[in-house]
Design a protein around this ligand. Structure first.
Ligand code: NAD
Ligand code: MG
Length: 393
């Protein structure tokens, strides 16, 4: 499509944190987008309101019950909309012929199949759903090559690196430096981690995000997942991907080059900026997102991460090195453990324990197919679901 034609968008995970912020960007540029598809798992009230406003051709929801509830929620005079259901519905929605760009903002492993199908179909895919690359990075990158589409990062660190790499040759890259906020517990004494409550873990200092990624930020598993995500997006070996804790979240990430130069991308922490860049690329569209205030910015701090205090980061590096199904096992164990933590069934320290245990117990399979990844995911989850409730921390 030419630059002046609106981008026909499928937004997967429209009702979440990234989904709603994507629609805020769409609102800023009503002539540049044509929203064709919106999806969610079960928040049908929000989806119905979005359908009223953005008038997509098609929606997809997680279950038949949600489909029924959605139809009941829509007012009688609402525009006609096709309702698809389940994983197959999500895949169909992501590959429709009237869609140019797919924004993947589903949380977790559930995003893998639709994104694989979208890249295979040659769609431009703006990807927030990092778990897709963590689990299926090899399959997804192969499918991008086969499908002839493009994968654009939405995650703020990867958007920063992508922007730093613009105009550079691959050979000139020495190291990727992912910055991390450190989350709410960076300064908290390690011997009190057993007392961390769900409420404390959900209180992130710099970013407002969905519950799962907020807990991942508190354990620093989020940064571990992002190291794996960076490996697949930028094809850089693991020993050249570093993490630095930067509590202000102003430097979104950096790249150092063969001549000693370092490029960084800065800005206020606002996901609308990387979301918009993934959708406007290779252009930049003028927008009044909040600007950095140089009078308020007194300092930028950088520290090495503490892998003893935050073992999830180490586990993610180990899984990336082990390769094959290891990152899928890591991801599934983490998703299950975070789910049980949010339900009050596991303590904060049980999250890294559960992940470590699954990685010790289950064999790693090299060069997995999609079916192998699904089997690894299922088995890792089952192991974590079986863990006994904690007697005490
Ligand atoms: P969220 O929980 O706020 O939203 C998730 C969305 O996915 C919702 O629309 C939900 O209905 C849908 N969904 C959930 N489970 C599903 C399933 N099984 N099948 C189909 N749809 C399902 O999550 P979020 O914070 O928006 O994060 C989305 C993704 O973006 C995650 O992978 C996260 O790691 C990544 N990400 C988020 C942020 C952020 O600021 N929130 C930043 C960087 C990356
Ligand atoms: Mg990030």
């Amino acid at each position: 499509t030419s630059a002046s034609e609106p981008r026909r968008l499928a937004l997967l995970g429209a009702t979440g944190s990234i989904g709603t912020q994507t629609l805020e960007v769409v609102r800023l540029f009503p002539d540049r987008f044509d929203v064709r598809v919106l999806t969610c798992r079960q928040n049908v009230e929000r989806l119905a309101a979005q359908v009223q406003e953005f008038r997509p051709e098609c929606v997809a929801v997680g279950s038949a019950e949600s489909a029924e509830a959605f139809k009941k929620t829509l007012p009688a005079d609402a525009p006609d909309v096709r309702v698809l259901v389940g994983t197959e519905g999500l895949c169909e929605a992501a590959t429709r012929s009237d869609v140019d760009v797919v924004l993947g903002a589903v949380v977790g492993f559930a995003g893998l199949r639709p994104i694989l199908r979208a890249v295979r179909a040659g769609k431009q895919v703006a990807l927030a759903n990092k778990e897709t690359l963590v689990v299926g990075g090899a399959l997804v990158t192969q499918a991008v090559a086969d499908g002839g589409g493009q994968l654009l990062p939405v995650d703020s660190e990867h958007s920063a690196i992508f922007q730093c790499l613009a105009g550079e040759s691959e050979r000139a890259v020495e190291e990727l430096v992912l910055t991390a906020s450190g989350g709410p517990f960076w300064d908290r004494p390690a011997d009190t981690f057993g007392d961390i409550t769900v409420e404390e873990a959900l209180d992130h200092p710099n970013w407002s995000m969905g519950a799962k990624i907020t807990v991942d930020s508190a354990t620093m598993m989020n940064k571990g997942l992002e190291v794996i995500e960076a490996k697949w997006l930028f094809d850089v070996p693991v020993d050249r991907i570093q993490v630095l804790v930067h509590p202000q979240s102003i430097v979104h990430s950096m790249v150092s080059f063969a001549d000693g130069a370092v490029k960084a991308q800065l800005g206020v922490p606002d996901m609308k900026v990387p979301i918009q860049y993934a959708l406007s690329y290779p252009s930049r569209w003028p927008a009044s997102h909040e600007r950095l205030d140089w009078d308020e910015l007194s300092r930028l701090d950088f520290e090495r991460p503490d892998l003893e205090k935050f073992p999830c980061l180490r586990l993610a590096y180990d899984a990336l090195e082990a390769g094959g199904t290891a990152p899928a096992l890591l991801n599934a164990a983490n998703e299950a453990a975070v789910g049980r933590f949010l339900e009050g069934q596991l303590g904060f320290l049980d999250i890294p324990r559960a992940v470590e245990r699954v990685l010790e117990q289950l064999p790693v399979q090299a060069s997995p197919t999609l079916d192998d990844l699904v089997a690894a995911d299922t088995e890792a989850r089952r192991r974590v679901e079986e863990l006994p409730l904690p007697t005490s921390n």
